[in-house]
Design a protein around this ligand. Structure first.
Ligand code: AMP
Ligand code: ZN
Length: 475
């Protein structure tokens, strides 16, 4: 077995991974979505990353407990204590019941996970189901670490060792740079409990020793990670934005609660961002790319997974339709190669898959290097020194680790087919059959006329395409 090494953002180094508790298995906590709207595809990159992590861990034989929380309360429109609660703001905007909004977007998120072949986490706890535990946690740290202001209960960051060690930029760390709340002792101090302002009606609020109100956003993750995984679990994940404010604040809370210097997790891992030049990756802007938007343009959700896997999780990844299209073509090539292998499954055994298995393990053990694993997969399907059956057997490790079910997809699934297309597949296939007959009869006039008609309908006919595609939508 190759030793798994992972990049730990807190020590800023690659470290050998070993399971903390031999009996409990590996315990992973991933900061989940704020459910005031659909997840954008950037958010979903964070969960493709954690899914790769969980797949590698289980493939290596670890039992896994994985938590993704659902933030249905408390996250303000900035990561700091500024602006409105994102959930309350969404409810006000749409005139809908805040609980219904939360339920709707939570279900949509779960469906995104299914569509991307992301394994369901062991627990998907809701913040609003843990208010009592949050109040207990806050009471436990209040005396030594918190102070009261009119607007709530605040955490004094000078009461814990090395506040903000995780953050990259010492100048940037903390919340005060964004919104100096009157009376805060330090700019980075943050809300543990936010008291509802007098006269303001919130749909989600609870009684507390500090007045009626709602928990600060950071509190839920300290509470739910502890509840489901215990003090001191294996790995905590999130996007790199969380490295600056949310996770330093979680760590501060954890230190306060345990009365020790421990951060709460053995590894802190952060995925880099999916970016695009058109600014379609900001949920708060309202105009952003969802997985459904990709599907509506005719792409398969797993092509987006492929796009993510082609980049290392710690590299920035640029989104473009061209990149997505290229990822879909790559996936389609693999699917077609696997289809061909399956038709020759009964060939006599030949060759050994061992080298591929070893190299695959080496790639993913090196901080989940999926871009290094993908070319191995390409090489494996095309390796003529091995029989079809042996290649198919060797493929299983790849499909499990990468989460690409190549044997369940067909080339038709991967045909770009926008919802706006005016012609349906049956009609295209029928016209193409007529065209083939015309060509066989050497009636090239009719054949060309059908081709022109299809081009007008947004269908490109690809004669002699080495991939064997008959057509594709250009829309
Ligand atoms: P949110 O719903 O905003 O709380 O974010 C859910 C997850 O997505 C968090 O782990 C974020 O750090 C992560 N995230 C947000 N934007 C991006 C992005 N553009 N690319 C990758 N991850 C992101
Ligand atoms: Zn969190």
């Amino acid at each position: 077995m190759t030793q798994l090494t992972l990049y730990d953002s807190l020590s800023r180094s690659m470290r050998a991974f070993s399971q903390l508790d031999p009996i409990a298995g590996v315990r992973v906590y991933s900061c989940g979505p704020t459910v005031y709207n659909y997840a954008h595809v950037g958010n979903l990159r964070a969960y493709v990353f954690t899914d790769t992590l969980s797949r590698v861990l289980t493939w290596k034989g670890h039992d896994l407990t994985h938590v993704i929380n659902i933030t249905d309360v408390g996250h303000l429109t900035s990561d700091a204590d500024a602006g409105d609660d994102k959930m309350e703001a969404a409810a006000k905007r749409s005139g809908q019941d805040i609980w219904a909004i939360a339920r709707h977007y939570t279900e949509a998120f779960k469906q995104n996970l299914v569509d991307l072949n992301i394994r369901a986490p062991t627990h998907l706890p809701l913040a609003t189901d843990h208010i009592a535990e949050m109040l207990d946690f806050a009471r436990a740290i209040e005396a030594k670490h918190c102070y009261r202001l009119e607007s709530g209960l605040y955490f004094d960051v000078s009461t814990v060792p090395e506040y903000g060690r995780l953050a990259r930029s010492a100048d940037d760390v903390g919340e005060g740079r964004i919104d100096p709340v009157e009376g805060k002792r330090h700019a980075q101090d943050f809300a543990i409990w936010r008291t509802s302002p007098p006269g303001e009606n919130r749909q989600m609020e609870w009684d507390s020793p500090w007045g009626r109100g709602a928990p600060g956003w950071h509190l839920e993750c300290s509470v739910m990670s502890r509840k489901y995984l215990g003090d001191g679990f294996d790995i905590h994940t999130g996007g790199i934005d969380h490295r600056e404010i949310h996770h330093p604040n979680e760590i501060a809370q954890n230190q306060a609660h345990c009365g020790c210097g421990d951060s709460g997790a053995n590894f802190w891992m952060h995925n880099n961002f999916l970016v695009d030049r058109t600014g379609k990756m900001s949920k708060s802007s309202g105009d952003f790319l969802t997985l459904q938007a990709l599907v509506d343009r005719g792409f398969h959700p797993l092509s987006y997974r492929m796009l993510c896997l082609q980049a290392h999780y710690r590299s920035e990844l640029e989104f473009s339709w061209e990149n997505l299209g290229a990822a879909q073509v790559r996936l389609k090539r693999l699917v077609q190669a696997v289809e061909a292998l399956r038709s020759r499954r009964d060939e006599p055994a030949k060759g050994s898959a061992e080298a591929y298995r070893r190299q695959l393990e080496a790639a993913v053990s090196d901080d989940l290097n999926t871009p290094k694993a993908l070319p191995l997969l390409d090489a494996l399907v095309g390796d003529k020194s091995m029989s079809a059956g042996d290649r198919l057997a060797a493929l299983e490790d790849f499909t499990v680790i990468l989460g690409l079910p190549l044997d369940q997809l067909t080339r038709a699934d991967l045909r770009v087919r926008p919802v706006t297309a005016t012609i349906d597949v049956a009609a295209i296939e029928a016209r193409l059959a007529e065209r083939r007959a015309a060509r066989e009869a050497k009636d090239f006039g009719t054949s060309d006329a059908i081709r022109d008609e299809l081009v007008k309908a947004g269908v490109e006919v690809m004669d002699g395409d080495p991939l064997g595609w008959d057509w594709r939508m250009t829309g």
